[in-house]
Design a protein around this ligand. Structure first.
Ligand SMILES: [Zn+2]
Length: 395
């Protein structure tokens, strides 16, 4: 789903939520508290249509017309302010939310929601103190306001206050009755890394173990735990990494470096080759396992065999720059390259910007490496290897 399509769904959801809140609030009150008039405006449907097709500026344009016809409509103001924030006009969003908060005719739910939204405006604009204040006020109005709680949680994450983020996330999970074990596991892992940086090895180990007891798929917890044990007990470290691969096979490549070290420390470097061979056997398109195998072969002076493997990897995954690079390196090791070609390889090695592109499945943010938390949408575990498919019309 594209950024804007996702946003459209989100805003529609917000609109629906607000409508629900307004309806619930209006029930049993006098007639004038219901505010359905704006829905009959043609600009409202135009605005929603623009929103659904990802044309945010057009949606703003139409909804501004609705706002002029129905200046008091809380729903329209809420959706408009979300849109302004999304297109980067945060100051407009702040203006609308401040005006909403100053009104006396809002229901409790509406006021809490407007305050929480104001908090998110401030957070997006980088005013963390004011964001924190607004969320706090929202929670005073409505102590279980999920929007404010989620905002506070993100605010703690932004400031690397992992323990606080963990506590709030636990509350949110309990209130929503949702399974947030994976996110909680990632937060525990960050707590562990922080403990380790402060020299508290036992606390770190405890946190990594807690993370894995929450969810086996918290890959970085396996990596950190293996790192802790690598020197003292490489066999145990290798076991942890093998568990990681069993739990999340598609992330196996992230454990390759550590596994190679662990097996070498055990005096059994051949186990790495066996692992790669097994992975290639399971998935013939697994170019990372082929790459790992080829590198190992080359380091053992078996560059010819490495080249054969890599050529098969190129066939299966022609789009992967890293595989091509490895072919060139192997040719260099086989002394197959003249000075010009060597110069070319050196230039490619230095200038390749997106050697190992990863993309966020939530917001399409692109990174040139694997990250556990998306720096754009701040979600956990959403980055995956970016795969380029064949162009349309090719077989
Ligand atoms: Zn993202």
């Amino acid at each position: 789903m594209s950024d804007t399509a996702l946003l459209a769904v989100l805003v529609a959801a917000v609109g629906g939520l607000l409508a629900g809140l307004a309806w619930a609030a209006g029930r049993g009150r006098d007639e004038r508290r219901r505010r359905p008039g704006f829905r009959s405006s043609p600009h409202y449907s135009e605005g929603l249509h623009a929103l659904a097709t990802g044309q945010l500026e057009l949606a703003i344009h139409e909804l501004e017309k609705v706002r002029r016809e129905h200046p008091d409509s809380v729903e329209v103001l809420q959706v408009l302010s979300h849109l302004y924030r999304e297109v980067g006009k945060t100051e407009r969003a702040i203006e609308i939310h401040k005006a909403l908060v100053a009104r006396r005719d809002l229901t409790r739910a509406e006021r809490a929601y407007a305050l929480a939204s104001l908090g998110t405006d401030f957070r997006k604009a980088g005013f963390l103190d004011r964001a924190s204040e607004a969320y706090h006020e929202a929670l005073l109005v409505e102590p279980k306001n999920l929007h404010a709680l989620a905002g506070q949680q993100k605010l703690h994450e932004d400031q690397r206050q992992w323990r606080e983020a963990f506590e709030i996330q636990t509350r949110i999970a309990r209130m929503r009755k949702s399974d947030d074990a994976l996110v909680l596991g990632f937060l525990q892992t960050e707590m562990g890394k922080e403990a380790l940086a402060a020299g508290h090895r036992d606390a770190a180990e405890e946190a990594f173990r807690t993370a894995l007891s929450l969810d086996r798929r918290v890959f970085p917890a396996h990596l950190s735990l293996a790192d802790l044990w690598l020197e003292r007990d490489p066999r145990r470290a290798a076991q942890v990494l093998e568990d990681a691969i069993a739990a999340v096979p598609e992330r196996a490549y992230l454990a390759f470096g550590a596994l190679q070290r662990a097996y070498a420390a055990c005096g059994e470097p051949e186990r790495f080759m066996a692992l790669c061979e097994r992975l290639v056997g399971q998935d013939s398109r697994d170019w990372r396992a082929r790459l790992g195998l080829a590198r190992q072969l080359r380091s053992e002076g078996r560059a010819g065999e490495a080249l054969g493997l890599l050529l098969r990897a190129v066939e299966a995954n022609p789009h992967v720059l890293l595989v091509h690079l490895e072919v060139w390196r192997t040719l260099r090791a086989l002394a197959q390259l003249g000075p010009e070609e060597q110069k070319y390889v050196a230039t490619v090695e230095e200038s390749a910007l997106y050697v190992d592109p990863h993309i966020c499945t939530a917001c399409r943010y692109r990174a040139d490496d694997m990250l556990w938390r998306c720096p754009h949408c701040h979600e956990w575990n959403t980055l995956v290897e970016e795969r380029v498919g064949p162009a349309a019309g090719t077989s």
